[in-house]
Design a binder for this molecule. Structure first.
Ligand code: C5P
Length: 336
């Protein structure tokens, strides 16, 4: 197979980065008439990212390849669905591409890796095929692909409402979110863990949430808006501006998944043993878990401190930073 990241081939290839996200807040407000849940979330991009290399094809085929053979590369993959949606939307069925996906984000983890790959395909193929679709059209197509795809397209730190597709950017400095740590305000470092043997179905998690909490769901738009406003005005956003310490993070799906998944309980308990975590939570519908620290160095120190215990419990581990960027086209000469 041709390595699209090699010096010989990269100049002819469009490269796109697709960052992971974590949920700093996931609140289930109620049930919508379309069967989805009405949410109030704060989503945060990470500098852990997949990479997609794209080349045009003249035979009209959409060919997706991935070094990880556990990932489906057929029409169920959001990359292929994004390509097909673009062809359909523009009435250009003859457009073809070969897309090489370098997977770095753990699969099926609640980190929106698949959604971000789909967003990267929208952005990259729009450029590769010269379609000149504007941001709002891409956002609209992203919402058709999935609830997390619009956020991953623009990324950074955003409030996400509706089923996740109604976005309100949180205006932060270039450096991204900050939080008060032991030595003042610092950027957020992230220690991320996932048990490779564990998986959670997102529809199952929302279905179970409805079973357990459906009787307490809010029903009226005015009540939804009140919750949105308290999130906008609340302690979490103030903390991300560096104005106060991080409050405990809320993820309503964590309360649903934790009793059912031993690895989530074990992982949360291990992360809470770290030195000086600012917060510990599950991301999305799980099963990946994260701890936030004041600075990347503290996240790395916690990884070193917990290395043996995490390895004994079978967890894979990543350290990264919060990032202010969504999917983006990477110039070939910027690729290491
Ligand atoms: O939109 P996406 O394909 O990511 O959603 C996957 C599933 O998660 C949906 O089919 C639905 O069961 C559930 N979901 C939900 N409410 C949301 C987002 C997702 O119930 N806001």
């Amino acid at each position: 197979m041709v390595d699209p990241f090699s010096a010989d081939t990269r100049s002819a290839t469009l490269l796109v980065e697709a960052p992971a996200k974590i949920n700093l807040h996931l609140e289930v407000l109620g049930l919508r008439s379309d069967g989805f849940h009405e949410l109030a979330m704060v989503m945060q991009s990470l500098d852990l990212a997949d990479r997609l290399a794209m080349e045009p094809r003249s035979d009209g085929a959409i060919v997706l390849r991935c070094h990880d053979s556990t990932l489906p590369t057929d029409g169920s993959n959001l990359v292929v669905r994004a390509a097909e949606l673009l062809r359909q939307h523009t009435g250009r069925p003859e457009l073809g591409a070969t897309i090489e996906l370098e997977k770095r984000i753990p699969i099926g983890a609640g980190l929106a890796g698949g959604s971000s790959d789909g967003a990267a395909a929208l952005l990259g193929l729009n450029r590769l095929w010269g379609l000149q679709l504007g941001d709002s059209t891409l956002q609209q197509l992203a919402a058709e692909l999935g609830s997390d795809v619009p956020f991953t397209l623009s990324g950074g730190t955003q409030l996400c409402f509706g089923r996740g597709e109604v976005l309100e950017p949180v205006p932060l400095s270039e450096a991204g979110p900050r939080a008060l740590g032991p030595q003042g305000t610092e950027e957020l470092g992230v220690l991320l863990i996932k048990d490779p043997a564990a998986s959670v179905s997102t529809p199952w998690a929302y279905g179970r949430c409805r079973e357990l909490r459906g009787d307490f769901y809010l029903e009226y738009e005015s009540d939804f808006e009140q919750r949105r406003q308290s999130l906008r005005d609340g302690a979490l956003l103030a903390a991300l501006h560096g104005e106060r310490a991080l409050p405990p993070l809320r993820n309503d799906l964590q309360a649903v998944v934790e009793p059912e998944q031993q690895s989530v309980r074990t992982g949360l308990a291990l992360l809470r043993q770290a030195i000086d975590p600012l917060a510990v939570a599950m991301s999305g519908s799980g099963p990946s878990l994260f701890a936030l620290f004041a600075g990347l160095e503290r996240a790395e120190a916690a990884r070193d401190q917990l290395r043996d215990r995490l390895a004994d419990a079978g967890f894979e581990v990543w350290c990264c930073r919060c990032s202010s960027m969504g999917v983006r086209i990477v110039q070939p000469d910027q690729v290491p």
